[in-house]
Design a protein around this ligand. Structure first.
Ligand code: TYM
Length: 333
């Protein structure tokens, strides 16, 4: 049976890349199959998080889920740390995954920087916890942005090795990453070769979901382009990454293909395209940010959703951990 699952880390502000690459996709998928969407607070603490901020950020991500259209009656929305089974299964998977597999993870190399020996052990084993998140619910489809592809491959490797080592063929399904649409990798507004990211020191590089209409419009109008005009359909944009990125953003925000957007603006100047994109972005994001602000003004509703979600998630996850313990040979009364 189909099961959809994904999560977002509770670290730093959400941006347009998270919205188009993840949030908007979750909402589009939630009617297709049972859906689980969580706040990855255990992943967040792999780098230092101020405790009070972590709680606030967890609520903020939950608010973003609700504001972008996830329906808590259909979709199970919960904080990862509130379902103990994630940690339980992650330990077993730590003993299934091989050091050589983790050594290949590019995100660890990027995030640990020059001083690998000072990175937390959690940062290293981060993708193993991610595999536990996914396989605990026997998820078959995982909607994510391009940057999570390698973690999904590792998840499949762990599932395969677990099934094989313990003589439990097919116990864990091999989940498919769902990396689709025009916005699987939104780039910085200042540099078309860098991903839009929470950790970019320049706030001009990204549109935050907490930005107001004026800030959104100003960032788009100041975004980097080049000396040319809007391309024709079929024209290669390999050496025009900034233009390609703005077209992708327009396409994702307006639910069109990149070709449709290109056809609409072909040959026009950026002086025409950028204001149109700014209007579109404000129109699409304003209701989401307004609803996030409303929800966060009084967290009662968010907390109710998270508590109910944690209970529903545990109902699915706990029996899986009980089975895994049996498969592994842990003593059980
Ligand atoms: P995180 O919190 O870094 O990002 C959340 C989601 O947003 C996507 N994304 C982007 N998409 C397009 N363009 C961008 N510039 C961009 N930046 C981020 C990410 O691909 C992701 O889908 N490890 C995960 C969280 C996680 C998870 C999981 C996801 C933990 N357990 C289990 C799926 C399943 C992460 O750090 O995402």
């Amino acid at each position: 049976p189909r099961r959809i699952l994904s999560g977002i880390q509770a670290s730093g502000a959400l941006h347009l890349g998270n919205y188009l690459g993840a949030l908007k996709r979750f909402t589009a998928l939630q009617d297709a199959a049972p859906t689980f969407v969580f706040v990855a607070d255990m992943h967040a603490i792999t780098v230092w998080q101020d405790p009070a901020l972590l709680t606030a950020q967890t609520r903020e991500i939950a608010a973003a889920y609700l504001a972008s259209g996830l329906d808590p009656k259909k979709t199970v929305i919960f904080p990862q740390s509130a379902v103990r089974a994630h940690a339980d299964l992650a330990w077993v998977f730590n003993c299934v995954a091989r050091l050589g597999w983790l050594d290949r993870m590019t995100q660890f190399k990027e995030k640990s920087g020059k001083h690998k020996e000072r990175a937390s052990v959690g940062l290293y084993t981060y993708p193993v916890l991610q595999a536990a998140d996914i396989l605990l619910y026997k998820a078959t489809e995982v909607p994510v942005g391009e940057d999570q592809k390698q973690h999904l491959e590792l998840t499949r490797d762990i599932a395969g090795k677990f099934n094989n080592d313990f003589g439990a063929p097919g116990y864990f399904p091999l989940p498919e990453p769902v990396i689709q649409g025009p916005a699987t990798r939104i780039m910085s507004l200042r540099d078309g070769s860098a991903k839009m990211s929470k950790s970019d020191p320049s706030d001009q590089s990204r549109i935050n979901l907490t930005d107001d209409a004026d800030a959104i419009a100003a960032k788009i109008k100041k975004s980097k382009t080049d000396m040319g005009v809007m391309p024709q359909v079929g024209e290669s944009l390999d050496d025009r990454p900034e233009v390609r990125n703005l077209i992708a953003i327009y396409a994702a925000l307006s639910d069109q293909t990149k070709d449709q957007v290109t056809a609409q603006f072909a040959g026009q100047g950026f002086g025409a395209f950028k204001p149109a994109l700014a209007d579109l972005a404000v129109e699409a994001l304003a209701p989401v940010t307004a609803e996030m602000r409303r929800l966060m003004a009084d967290p009662t509703e968010i907390d109710r959703v998270l508590k109910d979600g944690a209970e529903r998630a545990a109902e699915v996850a706990d029996p899986v951990v009980a089975e895994v313990k049996k498969i592994v040979g842990f003593w059980q009364a």
